[in-house]
Design a binder for this molecule. Structure first.
Ligand SMILES: Nc1nc2c(ncn2[C@@H]2O[C@H](COP(=O)(O)OP(=O)(O)O)[C@@H](O)[C@H]2O)c(=O)[nH]1
Ligand SMILES: Nc1ncnc2c1ncn2[C@@H]1O[C@H](COP(=O)(O)OP(=O)(O)O)[C@@H](O)[C@H]1O
Length: 301
C-alpha cells in the first residue's frame, strides 16, 4: 500500500476507535451517574434525587427505551410509579446490583498497557499506589526522575531518583520509552526494559505519567489505552493540591497553570475516570487492564 494510503487508513482506524470508545464512555458515564443518583437518593430520600421515578432513572441510560424499562422494572419487582427514594431495601439491592452489573459489563475497551494521566494533584499517585497494593498482578512502572525525593518517598519504589548526568546517560543508552520535562522543572522518564519484559510475560502494565508522556506512548505503542483521571470539580482539585502541602505557593500556582492546559486535552484520551473515591477509581482503571488468560475480543494487545 502506498504510504499516503496507509497513513489515511491509519487515521481512519484511529478515528473509528475513538468514536467507539466515546460511545462506550458515554454509556458508562450515564450508568455511573445513575448509580450516584441512586446512592444520593438512598442516603437522603428527601433530596430531589429521592423523588425521581425509577423509570426516569433507567431511561437516562443510553440505549434503554420505555419498553425495556418496563421489562427491567418487572424483572426487578419494582412498580411502575415507584420513586428511587421510596424503594425498600431488597428493591434497592436489586437495582444497585443491576446497575453495577451493567456498569462492569464488558463494554469498555481494554488493553495490556494502560497510561494514566491527569492534572496535578487529581490523585494519580494515590490511585496508582492503591492499584499496586491491591492488584499485585499489574506492573506499575517506576519512572526515573531528576527531582528530589519527598519525605517518605523510597528510591526504586516511587521513583528512581537520579542525577542529571545519570538521566542523560539513560537517554544516550536508549533506556526510555519516553521522557519529558514536567512543570518546567524536573525531568521524568519511563524505563522501557521492565515494560517489555512484563508484556512478554503476559502481565498488564500501568504507566502513571504526564500528558506529554501519554502522547509519546501513544505514538510509540498505539495499542496503549490512554486514561484521563478527572477531579470531581476544579475546586476539589485546588483543595487536593493545597491540602497535600508538598509545594510552596509559587509552585502550586505553576502547577495549576499546567493543570488547566492538561484538562483542556482530556478529549484526546480513550477513557475518562472521575476520582471521587480512590478505591472505586482504581477499580475502574483496573477493569480497563486486560487480565492475562481472560478471553476478550476487545483486547488490544
Ligand atoms: N512523561 C513522564 N511524566 C512522568 C513520569 N513519571 C511521572 N510523571 C509525571 O510527572 C508529574 C510530576 O510528578 P510528581 O513530581 O510525582 O508530582 P505530582 O504532580 O504530585 O504527581 C506527574 O504529572 C507525573 O504523572 C514519566 O516517566 N514520564
Ligand atoms: N479520591 C480522593 N478523595 C480525596 N482526596 C484524594 C483523593 N485522591 C487523592 N486525594 C488526595 O489528593 C492529594 C493529591 O493526590 P496525589 O496522588 O498526590 O495526586 P497526583 O499524583 O495526581 O499529583 C493527596 O493529598 C491525596 O491524598
Amino acid at each position: 500500500m502506498p504510504d499516503v494510503d496507509r497513513a489515511a487508513a491509519g487515521r481512519a482506524a484511529i478515528a473509528a476507535r475513538r468514536a467507539r470508545a466515546a460511545v462506550k464512555q458515554a454509556v458508562h458515564h450515564r450508568l455511573r451517574r445513575a448509580l450516584d443518583v441512586a446512592e444520593t437518593a438512598w442516603a437522603d430520600p428527601t433530596t430531589p434525587e429521592g423523588s425521581l421515578r425509577v423509570r426516569e432513572l433507567l431511561t437516562s441510560i443510553p440505549g434503554i427505551g420505555a419498553t425495556r424499562v418496563a421489562r427491567i422494572m418487572a424483572e426487578l419487582g419494582i412498580a411502575d410509579a415507584k420513586r428511587v427514594g421510596g424503594l425498600g431495601s431488597r428493591q434497592r439491592e436489586r437495582l444497585r446490583e443491576w446497575l453495577e452489573a451493567r456498569e462492569g459489563a464488558p463494554s469498555r475497551p481494554v488493553s495490556r498497557l494502560v497510561v494514566l494521566a491527569g492534572p496535578t494533584a487529581v490523585g494519580k499517585g494515590t490511585v496508582s499506589t492503591y492499584i499496586r497494593d491491591h492488584y499485585p498482578d499489574v506492573l506499575l512502572s517506576v519512572s526515573a526522575t531528576t527531582r528530589a525525593p519527598r519525605p517518605g518517598e523510597v528510591d526504586g519504589e516511587h521513583y528512581y531518583f537520579v542525577t542529571d548526568e545519570d538521566f542523560d546517560a539513560m537517554i544516550e543508552r536508549g533506556d526510555f520509552l519516553e521522557y519529558a520535562t514536567v512543570h518546567n522543572a524536573s525531568r521524568y522518564g519511563t524505563p522501557r526494559p521492565p515494560i517489555d519484559a512484563a508484556l512478554a510475560q503476559g502481565r498488564s502494565v500501568l504507566l502513571e505519567i504526564d500528558l506529554q508522556g501519554a502522547r509519546a506512548v501513544r505514538a510509540a505503542m498505539p495499542e496503549a489505552l490512554l486514561v484521563f483521571l478527572l477531579p470531581p470539580s476544579w475546586e476539589e482539585l485546588v483543595r487536593r493540591l493545597t491540602g497535600r502541602g508538598t509545594e510552596d505557593a509559587a509552585e502550586q500556582s505553576r502547577r495549576l497553570d499546567t493543570a488547566r492546559i492538561e484538562l483542556a486535552a482530556q478529549d484526546e484520551f480513550d477513557v475518562k475516570v472521575v476520582n471521587r473515591d480512590v478505591g472505586r477509581a482504581a477499580q475502574e482503571v483496573v477493569e480497563l487492564l486486560a487480565v492475562p488468560g481472560a478471553p476478550s475480543a476487545r483486547t488490544r494487545s
